[in-house]
Every structure is written in structure tokens, then in C-alpha cells.
Design a protein around this ligand. Structure first.
Ligand code: KMH
Ligand code: ZN
Length: 273
């Protein structure tokens, strides 16, 4: 089996310090947390821009500060969000891609999102994919439901996206696919040969979905964006969530990837500029 890539979704757009005091908002806080997660065994961070009071923002200046703070202190792959927060415009959401990060998230379908709708109509997905390609940014295809895989593959047929792709299955959002091993098997078996995948279980599904991915040959996303508790009622830190996955991987005999291992596995090109 390939080495295990651990991604940590450090902060998201929705979770707040009222629910978990350890959520990083600013570039400085994100970089400090990223250092701890790198030491714990993470290879990649997925980040959202937040203002100091926690308000989500896709402002390119905020993301520029985040990228430079994390890159100056770690060798982690930094994946920016193009999901942003529900209700943001396409232009707002795309802004961080112009900074040419190594990776960006690309959700390939609309999904109910609790009481809201996370809207990703076909034209927007295509615009995001083309902009990423034009800026040399590797997409991570975020699938909140199984049909989102087919939407991505339709863009492959039209040569907007290129195989092999890396997918992240987000499982357990109220409105999206349920976090079961049967669903995970179905999603992973729906990918063309050569594609890679990780799973982001939401809430208490984070740990069992991660454990399944470790033994199935997939990769794992943990972090406070998706789950704020370590165990019932106990607030987690990002580093605690990474450390637990490393312990599980060690017990199960799966080696953990460094950021450079992850760049090789995810086919992230070496940057010359
Ligand atoms: N905040 C969610 C509405 C992503 O980062 O690409 C969308 C999201 C996905 O978090
Ligand atoms: Zn996100």
C-alpha cells in the first residue's frame, strides 16, 4: 500500500471558538497550528480565510498572508478552499486560486448543507476547474455525494479536468452522503484507475471513516473544520486529531507520508517560480 497522506482541515468557515477554543483564525494562528500538525505527522493543510473575529473571508490578501506564514515555517502542502462559506459569490470563492497555491479544493456538485444549500452549478464548477488549470493549481475534487464523482468525470471527458485526479469524499454532512463503509467502498470503487482518494468524515464519523480508509488504501482528512470533538464532549485540537491517526496507522502497519511523499503521490509538479 502507498504511504498514508494525512490532511488536516485546520479551521473551515462555519466552526467557531464558541464551540471549540482551539480553532485558528488568523495567518499567525494557522501557521502555529500547522507547525504542530506537521510535527504530529500531517502532510497537507486545508485552510479557510477568516477575519480576526472569525468571519469567513476569501480575500486574496488574507490568503496571501496565510500561505506565506505556513510556507515560511513548514514544508506542508497548503490547499486553499474555494468552497468558502455558503452564499459567497463565485468570484469571491475563486480569489485565492490567483495566488497559485499548490492545491485548491473543487466541489463538483450542489448539496444541501444543514439548513443551507452549498451551491455549485455546472458553469461554476467548470469556471473553477479552468481557472485552477490556468494557474497551475492541482484540484482536490470534493465529493459530498456520489453523483459529484460523475460530474467530475464528465469534465474529464470534456478535457476540462485531466486524469488521474485526487478526490476527497466528505461524508456525513446533513444533506450529503451518509458516512458508512458501504458508501465509502462504493465511492472509492467508482473512481477510474490511478486516481487517489481521501475521506473526511464529519463529526463523530471522522474516526471510523479514517480507520476504514487506512485499511482500504485511501488517505485521511481530519481537523476541526469537520469535527470539533476528540471524544464525546471533549474539544479536540488539530494536532490531537492528527496524532490519533498516526497511532492508528502505526498499529495497522501503514507508513505515514511526508509532504514530499504526498507531492509525489498526488502528482503535484515541482515549482520553478
Ligand atoms: N464551507 C463549506 C460551505 C471547501 O472548503 O472547499 C464548503 C467547504 C468546501 O468548506
Ligand atoms: Zn473547507
Amino acid at each position: 500500500m502507498e504511504k498514508l497522506i494525512i490532511t488536516v482541515a485546520l479551521n473551515g468557515a462555519e466552526v467557531t471558538r464558541a464551540k471549540n477554543p482551539h480553532i485558528p483564525y488568523t495567518a499567525e494562528e494557522l501557521a502555529e497550528d500547522a507547525v504542530r500538525c506537521r510535527q504530529a505527522g500531517a502532510a497537507m493543510v486545508h485552510v479557510h480565510g477568516r477575519l480576526p473575529d472569525g468571519t469567513p473571508t476569501q480575500d486574496a490578501g488574507v490568503y496571501a498572508d496565510i500561505l506565506s506564514a505556513i510556507r515560511s515555517r513548514t514544508d506542508l502542502i497548503v490547499q486553499v478552499s474555494t468552497g468558502g462559506a455558503v452564499g459567497m459569490s463565485a468570484e469571491e470563492r475563486l480569489a485565492p486560486v490567483t495566488l497559485r497555491p499548490e492545491m485548491a479544493s473543487l466541489t463538483t456538485g450542489t448539496v444541501n448543507f444543514g439548513d443551507d444549500v452549498f451551491s455549485n452549478p455546472p458553469g461554476m464548477i467548470e469556471q473553477f476547474a479552468r481557472t485552477m488549470r490556468d494557474h497551475g493549481v492541482v484540484p482536490e475534487i470534493e465529493c459530498f455525494d456520489v453523483g459529484h464523482i460523475d460530474n467530475a468525470l464528465a469534465l474529464v471527458k470534456r478535457e476540462v479536468l485531466t486524469l488521474p485526479l485526487h478526490f476527497d469524499f466528505v461524508m456525513g454532512v446533513p444533506g450529503g452522503i451518509a458516512p458508512t463503509v458501504r458508501n465509502l467502498l462504493h465511492m472509492s470503487e467508482s473512481l477510474p484507475p490511478g486516481c487517489t482518494w481521501s475521506v473526511a468524515g464529519i463529526g463523530r464519523a471522522q474516526l471510523p471513516m479514517a480507520a476504514a480508509a487506512i485499511v482500504m488504501g485511501g488517505h485521511v482528512r481530519v481537523g476541526l473544520e469537520d469535527n470539533i470533538y476528540y471524544t464525546r464532549g471533549v474539544p479536540a485540537t488539530n494536532a490531537m486529531l492528527v496524532e490519533r491517526i498516526v497511532r492508528l496507522a502505526n498499529e495497522l502497519g501503514r507508513e505515514v507520508a511526508t509532504p514530499d511523499d504526498a507531492r509525489r503521490i498526488l502528482r503535484i509538479p515541482q515549482r520553478t517560480s
